[in-house]
Design a protein around this ligand. Sequence first.
Ligand code: HEC
Ligand code: HEC
Length: 292
Amino acid sequence: MLKKVLKVIGVVLAVLIVIAGIFYTKVYFSTESRLNKVYAVTPQQLTFDPNDSTLLATGERLITTKGCNDCHGGDLGGKVFIDDPALGLLVAKNLTKGKGGLPQDHSTTDWVLALKHGIRRDGKPLLFMPAHEYTLLSEQDMTAIIAYCSQLPNVDRELPQHNLGPVARILTDLGKLPLVPAEMIDHNRTLVKEVKAEVSVEYGKYLSIACQGCHRENMKGGEPVAPGFPVVADISSTGHPGKWTDDQFMETLRTGKTPEGKVLKPTEMPWTMTKAYSDTELKALHLYLNSL
Ligand code: HEC
Ligand code: HEC
């Protein structure tokens, strides 16, 4: 009798393993084909004066306020930003022209391909590089970022290749991980010229694109962004920030401490990025969030 039961269990297990194998093979090939798709786009032409010091200063600030250095490192020389056995190894490229960095002839058009379209020169998608957010930058802001990045001092840093883990592939297949931002972009859209920097709902909405990836489009938060991360807070008018004054909101986003006494970890809620926001930017954001 026991033998029979064991045999049945064995058969069931074998069937389950085969099913899991088939499922993962499907996931593997489907993600591979998405990663190797070639996008044909007509990049918008951007021009600037490489010696315009105001433009370069704006670009330098945007590198922090748009989170580029959170992933690419303080010197933009690149870093491994996810190294987890299940998710895999994800590497943010060295953006300088030093060893291990961008090719010497990396042009303004190549920058537009990366930031506005989420693709490389060869038309293949960049992994996990949040171009679906940067594609919504104004032409003025994108130009400033590109101008600043085009003159970075060389950093010699050779980094390993990406290596996607099984969980990253499965979450991508289920639509739970934005691994291929190029898929979420309207590649034919032209950039908005400029969004006026003032305490307005419109400017707050523009800035909130930097919060969307985690707090969602409606700013009501929800499920953790990846396994091991906390539940994302509701920051619309129905959440805590709806009860805060502008000063409390600014204090929270600059120190990581909320009026309720919660301490936000910069690795989970990137206040090291929002710390660099001006009063105008934070007040505009608060105004927009309270309007939701
Ligand atoms: C969430 C992390 C993250 C943030 C934030 C981020 N990047 Fe990236 N970026 C990546 C990763 C990962 C890659 C490598 C993608 C690949 O190789 O498939 C990358 C690649 C790039 C590339 C492509 C280089 C090439 O190979 O052609 C450029 C350019 C770039 N990033 C610029 C920026 C700029 C500028 C910002 C800020 C406006 C920024 N990134 C913000 C993760 C990030
Ligand atoms: C990488 C993901 C991520 C991004 C990007 C992000 N947040 Fe958060 N944020 C979180 C998480 C996760 C929490 C909850 C942290 C916790 O509970 O410890 C949080 C919490 C907060 C809180 C505290 C809410 C409370 O109830 O105490 C505020 C305020 C906030 N975020 C504002 C913003 C704003 C404004 C932006 C955009 C400029 C932004 N966040 C971008 C992940 C993010």
